[in-house]
Structures are given as C-alpha cells and as structure tokens.
Design a protein. Sequence first.
Length: 70
Amino acid sequence: MEPGAVAALVVGYIATVFGVLLLYSPLILLAVGLLLTAGLLQLLAWPFLALIHKWRRKPDPPQDGSWLFH
C-alpha cells in the first residue's frame, strides 16, 4: 500500500471519529449534565437524609445491670 493511501485511511478514520463525536455531542452533554445534576441533588439531600435517619433511630436500651437478674 502506498503511503498516501495509508495516510488517507488514517485521516478518514480520524474524520469519522470526529464526526460521530459531533453528531452525538448533544447526547453526551445531556448525559454528563444529568449525572452532575444527580450528584449535586444527592449532596444537597444528604443532610436531610441524615436528620431523618437520626429521628427514626430507636432509642438505646437502658444501661443498667438488670439483665443480670433474668
């Protein structure tokens, strides 16, 4: 194969990859944006989830020695 033909194939593959990336760039940006938004919402909700978990926790049993007599 001639060097010019190999160079043309390489340039064609690079152009194809670039074209596919440009074609799917809105979907890629949407997916990245949704992932970032989900992570941000999870970080914002974390204190409230910890507070709800604290409220729902069962009280600790009394720490006396009465269990020894059973």
